[in-house]
Write a protein that binds this ligand. Structure first.
Ligand SMILES: [Zn+2]
Length: 260
């Protein structure tokens, strides 16, 4: 299922299916000046295939390798659409790591990667902003002050993180994106963010405070379990469903690794 929204020069296509809706999730791809930003999830491949036919993007650019963003990149390549993606993103698409059940059920597993015949010379500036994933890029359109934020922001109070990612790196990335002084931002899940500098700064402040509180509790000898309850307000449903892969617990563990 999908829904199209127009924002002047930017078209948002919001994609979801029954399993993703059940957990309140949807993801958006954007079309700007004929460039498609991200490709949606594999379980929506038939729909995305029809959209490619209808929208006829002249290029695809990817923010990161996660299956809800890069899931139909191989499909776009097979249709002869020139692609830009970071080498670190391509490495993950080639690797095709196994996904846990919650991701397979919601988004599906990307098809085998096909090396693009034609590489797109990026017309939106990729800015490396790791933290959500090591390969994460925001795509910057300086001519209109528009930032395609991928999964960098996701709301001020989103407190989950993938295991193996570093929350301190995320804080630096939020600062890097805010320094571009975007006038508007399109978040891959939350859509249009009208005052992005304020939103990015608010999230950075929220995370800095949260990380500081976790550090203090760890140094005082509190356990991860107790900090998860007191500072983080307990685990989220996704944290359990992902068996901790994408969770609040991952944030506490990452701080513990640095502090202890
Ligand atoms: Zn992601």
């Amino acid at each position: 299922m999908h829904e199209v929204e127009a924002y002047g020069d930017v078209t948002r296509v919001r994609l979801w299916n029954a399993p993703s809706r059940a957990v309140g999730m949807h993801v958006s791809v954007y079309l700007v000046r004929g460039i498609l930003v991200d490709a949606g999830f594999p379980n929506a491949s038939a729909e995305v295939g029809a959209l490619l036919e209808r929208l006829k993007p002249r290029a695809l650019m990817l923010t990161h390798w996660h299956e809800d963003h890069a899931g139909n990149a191989a499909l776009a390549v097979s249709r002869g659409i020139p692609v830009w993606l970071d080498p670190a993103t391509e490495e993950m698409l080639v690797k095709r790591p196994g996904l846990r059940a919650y991701r397979l059920l919601t988004w599906g597993r990307p098809a085998e990667w096909i090396a693009p015949r034609e590489r797109f010379v990026p017309e939106l500036e990729p800015v490396h902003t790791p933290g959500h994933s090591h390969d994460h890029q925001v795509l910057w359109d300086a001519s209109t002050g528009t930032l395609f934020g991928g999964d960098l922001w996701l709301g001020v109070r989103a407190k989950m993180m993938h295991e193996r990612e570093d929350p301190y790196v995320l804080v630096a990335s939020l600062q890097r994106a805010a320094a571009l002084a975007p006038e508007r931002m399109f978040d891959a899940h939350r859509g249009l963010v009208k005052d992005p500098v304020k939103a990015l700064d608010a999230k950075r402040a929220f995370w800095e405070e949260m990380l500081g509180a976790i550090e203090t509790r760890l140094r005082a000898g509190d356990s991860v379990r107790s900090i998860l309850r007191t500072v983080m307000g307990g685990e989220e449903l996704t944290g359990y469903a992902s068996l901790g892969e994408y969770s609040r617990r991952s944030v506490v563990l990452a701080v513990a690794k640095r502090v202890l």
